[in-house]
Each structure stands twice: as structure tokens, then as C-alpha cells.
Write a protein of this length. Structure first.
Length: 309
């Protein structure tokens, strides 16, 4: 009886070990779970800053989009954000007396990204369409109105829809990653008259600290706009006081950003950064002005939380 029990136990033990070994071997040979080529993201931000300029009059924004990336290197995507800058620029001067409504920015892009140089050095080329659903926009605004009001630099009656071509080179050097990029507008740029041919070179660098999932971020860029508007208006009345507005409204400017990103895991990350620009003014008026006459490119601290699926 004991001998039989011992043999039975031994047989069971051998069988279990054999089964576990087989299961382990099967697990090692099993293919890794397939990664979906489609990703999505949603962001809540305290301010939407793009190329140094607030797009929401320094108010919060909700953002989100999706991307499809094929193993060949081809990708396509869409990204969206709440905005106010277009309606802010027009104020109440809409078509037929109606106010201008443009609450959304919709970006559509497609391109090709591949490590052509070597591992960690991806080359990226593509096209980006900025689309702004609008209503109430006037078909045109007189040049006199444009030169008399700096805020009209973004309310000239020119469509804000913009098409850009871009080329970027990503790089990796140990804990340092980033990219250099050039974007070129083949249409007018964000509603600025006669601004086709504008371009934006920029450089972004990130340093993985290796501590607590924190990465340091730095960015610098320069928005060149070929069209400078010269105003011959010597004086206007504002708040009861005359103020000189004569001069050239140069829409070109530099922008920069410093901050950090924190990876919380599970596709959740947060970022905090400070940004500023060299956006100019003519007399007391900014070329890129908020509804109250402030600077859209002023120094700003921004925090945001992003979830990636």
C-alpha cells in the first residue's frame, strides 16, 4: 500500500513537472501580444499654447485625437482642440452683423516616418492641414481696418485654414532624445493676409532623468511670416487718449519653452512648462493681441494632463 502510494505520488509529481516544463516552453515560444496600430489620446490643459501664442485667451482647453501607424512607416492622424482666438480677433464684426463662431481647431495629417539613418534616428516627412469650422466670418475686411487695428492681423477676412508641409529628423543620444523640424506653409498662415511661404524651424530636446519617471523638456522655434503690414495711421483715440499706431506690424517672432513631463504609468502623463515669445508691438499695441489688448505671446506657465489609449 505504501509502496503503491509512493509510486503514485512519484508519477503524479513527474507528470506535474513535465506539464509545467511543457507549459513554460510553450510560453517562451508563444508570440508576443500584438500591438494595435491605432492609438488615441485626450488632454486637459490650463491653456492652449501653440508656437508660443495662446489659442484660448489664456483659458483652459480640452484636446484629443487618434493616430494610425503602419509598420511600413506610413501614418495618418487627427487632433482637435477647443480655441477662441479667431472669434476673439473679430469681436462682433461678423458677416451680416452676426458674431463669428470658431470654437474648434481640427488638424489632419499624414506622412512617412522611418529610421533611415540608423536606430534611434527617424526621418519624418508629411503634410498637415489645420481646419477651423467657422460661421459668420466676413468675406473681406478693408486694408484700412487691418492697418488701423492690430487685432485685425487675425481678422482680415482671410480664411484661417492652413496647409503646411514638414520634414523632421529625430535623434537619440542615450537619455537625450528630440528632433529638429521645418514646417512650410503652402497657403496663407492662420488668417494672415499674403502670408503663404511662411515657415517655422524648431528644435526640441528631452532629457530622461531616470528618476520618478520625469523627463526634462526644452524647445525653441522661429515663426517667419513674409508679409509685414505698414500702417500710416498716426493716431487713434483709445480710452480718451490719442496713441500712435504708425509703423510696421512684423508678424515674425521667436518662441521658447522649458518644462518637464511626468509619466504616471498606465498611459497617464502630466506636463508643466513655461513659455514665452519675442512677439512685437507697434506703439502700445501688440501684433498678436488678446481681446483686451494684451499679448498673446506673453510669458505663460501651463500644466496639462494626458491619457493615451
Amino acid at each position: 500500500m505504501k509502496s503503491f502510494q509512493k509510486s503514485a505520488i512519484s508519477a503524479v509529481a513527474v507528470g506535474l513537472l513535465t506539464g509545467l516544463a511543457s507549459a513554460s516552453a510553450f510560453a517562451e515560444d508563444a508570440p508576443a501580444p500584438e500591438v494595435s496600430p491605432i492609438t488615441a489620446n485626450v488632454t486637459v490643459a490650463s491653456n492652449y499654447i501653440y508656437r508660443g501664442l495662446t489659442q484660448t485667451n489664456n483659458k483652459p482647453a480640452i484636446q484629443g485625437g487618434f493616430d494610425y501607424a503602419h509598420e511600413s512607416g506610413f501614418y495618418v492622424g487627427n487632433w482637435n482642440s477647443s480655441i477662441t482666438w479667431i472669434s476673439d480677433g473679430y469681436g462682433g464684426l461678423g458677416q451680416g452683423g452676426h458674431s463669428v463662431s470658431a470654437p474648434l481647431e481640427m488638424d489632419f495629417y499624414a506622412g512617412f516616418k522611418k529610421e533611415l539613418i540608423g536606430e534611434g534616428f527617424a526621418t519624418d516627412v508629411g503634410v498637415l492641414q489645420y481646419y477651423y469650422p467657422t460661421s459668420g466670418m466676413p468675406s473681406s475686411v478693408s486694408n484700412a481696418t487691418i492697418t488701423a487695428n492690430p487685432i485685425s492681423r487675425q481678422s482680415s477676412g482671410t480664411t484661417p485654414n492652413t496647409t503646411e508641409l514638414y520634414a523632421a529628423q529625430n535623434f537619440t543620444f542615450g537619455p537625450v532624445t528630440g528632433f529638429g523640424k521645418v514646417s512650410y506653409a503652402v497657403t496663407t498662415l492662420f488668417g494672415l493676409q499674403q502670408s503663404s511661404g511662411a515657415f517655422y524651424p524648431d528644435l526640441t530636446a528631452n532629457y530622461d532623468t531616470g528618476m520618478f519617471g520625469v523627463t526634462l523638456n526644452a524647445h525653441v522655434g522661429y515663426q517667419y511670416v513674409p508679409n509685414n503690414v505698414t500702417s500710416s495711421v498716426a493716431q487713434v483715440t483709445g480710452a480718451g487718449n490719442p496713441a500712435s499706431m504708425a509703423g510696421t506690424y512684423n508678424a515674425s517672432y521667436a518662441d521658447w519653452k522649458l518644462g518637464f513631463t511626468k509619466d504616471f504609468g498606465g498611459g497617464l502623463s502630466g506636463t508643466a512648462y513655461y513659455t514665452g515669445t519675442s512677439a512685437q508691438k507697434v506703439g502700445p499695441y501688440y501684433v498678436y493681441a488678446t481681446p483686451n489688448g494684451g499679448n498673446q505671446g506673453r510669458g505663460n506657465a501651463v500644466v496639462a494632463l494626458t491619457k493615451t489609449f
